[in-house]
Design a protein around this ligand. Structure first.
Ligand SMILES: NCc1[nH]cc(CCC(=O)O)c1CC(=O)O
Length: 289
């Protein structure tokens, strides 16, 4: 997935600027570790090695999945572009839609956000923690170990496996991870030439949406392993943001929305997060079964 999305960015950049781009593959801790993301700390596990190579001057820019990027800034590094977002939703992969899965069906996901929202939708399911890349996860359904898995639609599209999708979750049912489906192009802050070059791929609507989403996560002090779901989109120059914090066991969920001018994306996110906290979001996030 990482190589496919990076190649897409490289091609787009060459097309727009005429510059040739050479891909340098980097394996990260998140790629090799078999531990659950929630256990290895979550934030930065797919990102840190790439940032090290940026700072060492071994590569000029890095392509990340935005949802894997920690919300706190990295010294010396800037987010030069957020290209137009892919489908941000989650997808159920398997032989049947969620409502048609048998009682007690085994559904795989390692994400506390997905676990919490799945349990809220179908308390009877057995949610099984899994890791590994998307093909490995899909393989667990094919070989009968699991009845279904939940994966990001964007990732499935990038690896050409939309055939596995039984149902795409509406954000009303399951809110995606902040930044899901969006890419992040990072480069060194002391390379204004590159910041400008990469800027041709920036999509202002995506930037506003993901800024609002990531601000919610930042204020709630959650990483990619927090049970926080968000979705923001711009309609007629108004940014609409919805966010949820869910108890891990699915028993309780706080869900709220806000909207405003896209230029105020950060403030919209901050105010929504404050309202979630006032409703007891921090208490829900701290709970584990
Ligand atoms: N956590 C790993 C990860 N990082 C980005 C994606 C998918 C692509 C995206 O959301 O942009 C995935 C896999 C998944 O969640 O199914």
């Amino acid at each position: 997935m990482a190589m496919t999305q990076s190649q897409g960015v490289a091609d787009a950049l060459t097309q727009r600027t005429g510059h040739a781009v050479e891909l340098v593959g980097v394996t990260t801790h998140g790629d090799v570790s078999k531990a659950l993301l929630a256990q290895i700390g979550g934030t930065g596990v797919f990102v840190n090695e790439l940032r090290d190579k940026l700072l060492a001057g071994e590569v000029d820019f890095a392509v990340h999945s935005l949802k894997d990027l920690p919300t706190y800034p990295a010294p010396g590094i800037v987010l030069a572009a957020t290209p137009a977002r892919d489908d941000p939703r989650d997808a159920l992969c398997g032989p049947a839609k969620l409502a048609d899965l048998p009682h007690g069906a085994r559904v795989g996901t390692g994400s506390p956000r997905r676990v919490a929202q799945l349990r809220a939708l179908r308390p009877d399911l057995e949610v099984v923690p899994i890791r590994g890349n998307a093909p490995t996860r899909l393989g667990k359904v094919t070989d009968g170990e699991l009845d279904a898995v939940v994966l990001a639609h964007a990732g499935l599209r990038r690896i050409g496996r939309l055939d596995a999708v039984a149902e795409v979750f509406d954000p009303d049912q399951m809110l995606p991870a902040p930044g899901q489906g969006s890419l992040a192009l990072e480069c060194r802050a002391d390379r204004p030439d590159l910041v400008e070059l990469l800027g041709v791929l920036d999509d202002p609507m995506t930037r506003a949406s993901v800024t609002a989403e990531r601000t919610v996560l930042n204020v709630l002090e959650g990483g990619c392993s927090a049970p926080v779901g968000t979705y923001a989109a711009e309609v007629d120059e108004t940014l609409h943001l919805t966010a949820t914090v869910a108890a891990y066991d699915g028993s309780r969920q706080i869900r709220m929305s806000a909207s405003g001018h896209p230029d105020m994306a950060e403030q919209i996110g901050r105010e929504l997060a404050d309202r979630l906290l006032a409703q007891g979001a921090d208490q829900l996030m701290g709970e584990r079964d």
